[in-house]
Design a protein around this ligand. Structure first.
Ligand code: SAJ
Length: 397
């Protein structure tokens, strides 16, 4: 249920590596049509060839409606609402769609990142509608852990945590994933598995917030933050991550709110990390605006500004929830007539921003702002004639 960034690759790999017969279900008819035509609607290197293979061999077909199966997997989005409260309505809708099809011995698994207690909540909904199935089906939570861009390898090789509502459910889910996962399948209960997913992404968010906080301190203290972190990391028990222009994507910037919403009194560090990482993007935009004003005062003309990178992290073309994109928008809004060149080498065109080649933009610009550490940017030379705002460590040694 759900043929997005995780559901579709999981379906393809279970079909190809595990030999499982898959019905991929999505409410979007265009996704279903494209999948059945062997066209990958998401961006993931190497995945389209695999999709074509499993569609052609008849192992995978897509549909807008679920079909009677032996196992059902909920892999739909769990966004948050305006107040940062998690929204499990897609999980509930997908669950309700399969309830009429469930039969004795079936496996029902939630993969979507979910607040603690969601699996129990969905079990209640299932048994409310189908009381005769209580004790007759297997229910588990098994979060995904793959890194976009490296999905083919990580879906097979990463360890996974599997938490059933009872031991039999955990075992049944382990048997299923064992068909295509080579990593270890660690058994636990559903609540721990749900919290484990939230913990992994919150831990990374907190660690990045520490690096971002250091970058703000270092800016005031006239210390090169990249040198500082590099030196501190020479300590055998210190491993600081890299600061950037904020935290983006659909996971790390979202999942911690699933903890803070349910445990506001306890989750102080987790909440502070979200604030720091959000603030970092705002701070970067202010820095750019100040640099533009200073330039204008000094040179009595508006600067040409190159904004380097729109993707939410290096060397991908995914612009979803990207702090770089937010910064570019903020700067553009505040400086109406300024000459701003937007660069994203991994994307051909964009519906809002007119894109410029990275070398051309760098050559023309008076102020160069590095937002995403894409590899091609690292071949550009440092120039003392330009104002360079390096928020992502392009010129770190
Ligand atoms: N970032 C930094 N500094 C760093 C590392 C990352 O600023 O040192 C920024 C990136 O630029 C990006 C954001 O953090 O804006 C997130 O990037 P990421 O590479 O840390 O993570 P995602 O969102 O691509 O994938 C994460 C992964 N989770 C962890 O590493 C704990 C992945 O394994 C999960 O499967 C995925 O979230 C998910 O779907 O939950």
């Amino acid at each position: 249920m759900g043929l997005g960034y995780i559901g579709l690759p999981t379906a393809i790999i279970a079909a190809k590596e595990g030999g499982v017969d898959i019905v991929g279900v999505d409410i979007n008819p265009s996704v279903v049509e494209q999948t059945n035509a062997g066209h990958l609607h998401i961006i993931e290197p190497g995945m389209e060839e695999m999709l074509r293979e499993v569609v052609n061999s008849g192992k995978l077909h897509a549909s807008t409606k679920p079909e009677v199966s032996d196992a059902y997997f909920m892999v739909v989005p769990t966004p948050f609402k305006g107040n940062h409260e998690p929204d499990v309505s897609y999980v509930e809708a997908a669950t309700r769609a399969v309830i009429p099809l469930l039969k004795e011995g079936d496996l029902y698994v939630i993969e979507s990142t979910s607040p603690v207690g969601t699996t129990e909540q969905m079990a209640k909904i299932i048994f409310n509608e189908r009381p005769e199935l209580e004790g007759q089906i297997f229910i588990a939570y098994c979060p995904e852990r793959v890194l976009p861009g490296n999905v083919i390898y990580e879906l097979v090789h990463n360890d996974r945590v599997i938490g059933g509502l009872d031991e039999a459910s955990t075992k049944k889910a382990q048997e299923f994933y064992g068909q295509f996962v080579k990593g270890t399948l660690h058994p636990t209960n559903a609540r721990t598995a749900e919290m484990c997913k939230l913990t992994e992404n919150s831990s990374r968010d907190v660690q990045i917030a520490f690096a971002n906080e250091l970058s703000l301190i270092c800016d005031k203290a006239s210390i090169n933050v990249w040198d500082l972190i590099n030196l501190a990391n020479k300590h055998p028990r210190v491993n600081i991550l890299q600061p950037g222009c904020g935290v983006g994507g659909h996971c790390i910037a979202v999942d911690p709110y699933f903890i803070t919403a349910d445990f506001p009194a306890e989750s102080k560090i987790i909440a502070a990390a979200r604030e720091i990482n959000n603030y970092k993007a705002f701070w970067c935009a202010e820095k750019v605006k100040n640099a533009m004003l200073e330039f204008e005062l000094k040179h009595h003309r508006k600067p040409v500004v190159a904004m380097m990178g729109l993707a939410f992290k290096p060397d991908i073309d995914d612009l979803r929830e990207s702090p770089a994109k937010q910064i570019v928008s903020r700067v553009m809004q505040s400086c109406n007539n300024a000459d701003i060149l937007v660069v994203e080498p991994n994307v051909k065109s964009h519906n809002v921003f007119k894109l410029t080649d990275y070398r051309e933009a760098y050559d023309k610009a008076d102020i160069v702002v590095f937002l995403t550490a894409h590899k091609p940017f690292k071949s550009l030379p440092w120039s003392d004639d330009k104002v360079i705002l390096d928020f992502c460590g392009i010129f770190k040694k």
